[in-house]
Design a protein. Structure first.
Length: 196
């Protein structure tokens, strides 16, 4: 059982994923789109890489996403908002303010994702539409074929995340992200192996 900073070198393996427990315990997460309007945010500070399957899903949602942001359309239809990367993946374009073209500002001045909003409008889980790296934020899943679940290294620089002084348990906000993306049984097993 991991319950103090004295044992922070422990990892657990769940469904073939190595979980970096100390890193997960090191941060608090609370998504607050209203604070993103005046500060750098996760929609404006990263290049978002997507694989071909993610690209195809996103392309299918362009008509709905365009209802929230005009950055993806032009008078002839839709702009090509993807650039091929060297690794065989694609990078989502950014606008003139270095913000993802799928990000938009709501009437309440919140920075939101048009893909997320489009999914919700259809009653779909946003993670079925958004790129994996965006759905997981501030979590990071890296290293296939031996995946590692941890926290994005830059996450503490954003207002939705705060470093924790004591590594006792996984924050409720991080738990919720794990539950949403990996499911209840994954989260339950993780909590049972780490002492909750």
């Amino acid at each position: 059982m991991l319950n103090s900073s004295k044992n922070i070198s422990q990892w657990v393996v769940i469904n073939g994923i190595r979980v970096d427990v100390p890193t997960l315990m090191s941060i608090r997460h609370c998504c607050r789109p209203a604070v993103c309007k005046e500060t750098p945010n996760c929609c404006s500070c990263f290049q978002i890489h997507v694989n071909e399957k993610e690209l195809e899903t996103i392309v299918g949602f362009l008509p709905l996403a365009e209802k929230y942001t005009s950055a993806i359309g032009n008078e002839k239809g839709y702009d090509n908002v993807f650039e091929e990367a060297e690794d065989g993946c694609f990078i989502i374009d950014a606008d003139e303010n270095e913000r993802c073209v799928f990000a938009y500002t709501s009437e309440d001045e919140e920075t939101l994702c048009s893909l997320h909003s489009a999914a919700i409008s259809l009653g779909l889980p946003p993670m079925d539409v958004k790129p994996k790296c965006c759905s997981l934020w501030p979590l990071a899943l890296t290293g296939a074929p031996d995946p590692v679940l941890s926290i994005n290294a830059l996450s503490a620089t954003f207002p939705c995340n705060r470093k924790k002084a004591v590594l006792e348990r996984i924050d409720k906000g991080i738990q919720e992200m794990i539950r949403i993306y990996f499911g209840d049984s994954f989260l339950s097993e993780l909590l049972s192996k780490t002492g909750g």
